[in-house]
Ligand binder design. Structure first.
Ligand code: N2P
Length: 390
């Protein structure tokens, strides 16, 4: 398929040739008119002089070829780094001069970055594929980014419990699975049994705490230090059963490092596929806890001091092509909010109820949110005390 800017160049070339002809005596108006009347060639994207783009994203969150495809088509060199928590990204942005042109905050967490003036506004006139986005989805993001001025969706999913079915059943030794899957990792009656086969937690205060708060019946984004005490007390009881803290769980799960995981939905699905491909006998299953998973909507944003804002817009536009949104769902098991991509998503992915959720499961999800700066130290102290085990 002829790529867009190549097409634009080709059309420009035809126009030039035609214009040249015009001055030749042999050219007749009949020959030149159709070219002159043709719709204006779509202008190629405006790029920055320096053909570089610096992206900062989460691990395991892009298809294998997307960066290379972009580089080839646009002649831009992409430097791609990863971070493992919103906290890490936040620290980079607050320090300033991060050097990044596109970063991928979780919308709820990123609200304070918008409020702090850390992002520039997105120029929609540079994003021809903006219309591919699902307006209903954009409405949700507008809750933290009014009028969708700064955030363009990357992908979404939820933090949930995943299990190695056979290993968990064996470790529970006849004890039935709990009704609420969060009991497996938050209730010592279960976690103490799973200790032997290994519990893995994400290493992220801003994800573990909302889940823990919700589990003990408090608002997931509570601002009350007393609530954190309760969540911390609950976590303290299961600490000895947690074997590993990790944000690169695909490898850990596929490598058999544990049997129950607090992880990201798509990653657990990828690990499940990988174990199947490797011919493993155990099934890796992402669960839909009755207690709800924690939604994350991750979004692209351009830092205020980005050095290559035009290249950033070109990448955002490229990412919003229907086929790229579909590839994220098909290869990475994460939906992207790109409505135009839906017809291109494989049935197997579309029918996976842990990727495209039923209405009932959607309703149970803990909606995206964020903590204020004020509660930040309570959050970190609670998390660190948990991790240290005291
Ligand atoms: C996928 C990363 C998911 C990011 N590996 C969760 N915010």
């Amino acid at each position: 398929m002829m790529k867009k800017h190549v097409l634009a160049l080709a059309i420009a070339a035809i126009v030039l040739v035609a214009c040249g002809k015009k001055e030749e005596p042999v050219a007749t108006p009949a020959e030149t008119t159709p070219v002159a009347a043709a719709p204006a060639a779509p202008a190629g994207p405006v790029l920055d002089d320096e053909k570089v783009l610096n992206i900062y994203n989460w691990p395991d969150y892009i298809t294998e070829t997307m960066i290379a495809d972009f580089e080839k088509e646009f002649g831009i060199k992409v430097n791609y780094d990863t971070f493992e928590t919103n906290e890490a990204l936040h620290a980079k942005l607050v320090a300033g001069n991060s050097g990044y042109d596109i970063v991928i905050p979780t919308a709820g967490f990123g609200k304070k970055q918008i409020d702090g003036g850390l992002y520039q506004e997105i120029d929609r006139s540079k994003i021809s594929n903006y219309g591919n986005l699902d307006p209903e989805f954009m409405e949700k993001i507008a809750g933290v980014d009014p009028d969708n001025k700064h955030f363009v969706p990357w992908a979404w999913g939820f933090t949930t419990v995943g299990i190695n079915k056979q290993k968990v059943e064996a470790a529970l030794g006849g004890m039935p699975m709990p009704e609420n899957a969060w009991d497996l990792v938050f209730n010592p009656e279960y976690s103490s049994k799973l200790r032997s086969c290994g519990i893995i937690y994400l290493d992220s205060p801003s994800e573990i705490l909302p889940l823990a708060l919700h589990y003990v019946g408090k608002p997931p984004y509570s601002e009350n230090p007393e609530d954190f005490k309760e969540a911390g007390a609950m976590l303290a009881k299961v600490r000895k059963d947690v074997r590993l803290f990790s944000s690169t769980m695909i490898d850990d799960i596929a490598g058999g490092k544990g049997c129950a995981f607090v992880g990201w939905s798509g990653d657990i699905n990828i690990a499940a596929d990988r174990v199947k491909e490797m011919g493993g006998k155990d099934e890796i299953v992402p669960l839909l806890p009755t207690g709800g998973g924690l939604v994350f909507i991750d979004t692209m944003a351009i830092p205020k001091d980005a050095k290559h804002p035009n290249n950033a817009h070109a990448f955002i536009d490229f990412y919003l092509r229907a086929e790229n949104g579909a590839a994220m769902a098909n290869e990475m098991n994460y939906p992207t909010g790109n409505k135009a991509s839906l017809p291109l998503i494989n049935d197997e992915v579309k029918d996976n109820k842990t990727i495209f959720l039923s209405d009932e499961d959607t309703e149970r999800l803990i909606p995206t949110g964020g903590f204020s700066n004020e509660i930040g130290s309570t959050l970190n102290d609670t998390y660190n005390a948990f991790k240290r085990g005291r």
